[in-house]
Design a protein around this ligand. Sequence first.
Ligand code: ZN
Length: 263
Amino acid sequence: MRFLTTSVLALGLAVGLGLAAPAGGAGRQVDATATRPLPLAGRTVVLDPGHNPGNAGHRAEINAFVDVGNGRKPCNTTGTATADGYREADFTLDLARRVRTLLLAEGARVVLTHDGDRPWGPCVTERAAIGNRAGADALVALHADGAAAAGYGFHVILPALVVAGAADTRPIVGPSRRLGLALRASFAAATGEPYATYLGGGSGLMVRSDLGGLNLSKVPAVFVECGNMHNTADAARLSAAVWREDAAHGVALGITAFLTAGT
Ligand code: ZN
């Protein structure tokens, strides 16, 4: 039932946003979309898959401290994993690639901060710098949480107001919040995943000042914590390719909604 419901929802959202109809679907809609400019033409999206599957083998490099404006933090971390050993770093890279496919079809230029093309990292500072250098219209970092096992659900992390050292989030707090709200709505609709039960007062939102990827961003930026890998039910969902495809649609639709709002 969940799959049917979310598929219908995703289709409704997709048609509304001009995404191509599925094969065998309404052919006239496919023809119509082919004659319209793609909704994300000329827009740049940076996707930041949290961690790196190789980080665990490069402890010295990822434990080196970097300056995130209001403090110093490790360059990167290994991330979490499910009880069955499915690593967050593998999850985030798979999800980012799925989102990229969907956004490319919408006409966006898509940059990944890493794509299985480097042995570790990048550092959180470099992740932000990649978004800044790309002149991204939106940066979305993808993660899954490793919280106490009883908690479940997803949440979106928004940048706090931070003005310290190299960090100045004043220009991005507002647009990042709009991006985060769009993602919260689309992710919930596409996956059926509830807002996290274990933080944020059940709002599905957190505002944080300790994340270098947000502190140092000059472009609208949020993190999506897609579920709790330590929770049995969430772990099963995150481990399933069909769920990750739903999640990818949720992320892509949220980015598209943010970038096309008011147009
Ligand atoms: Zn993470």
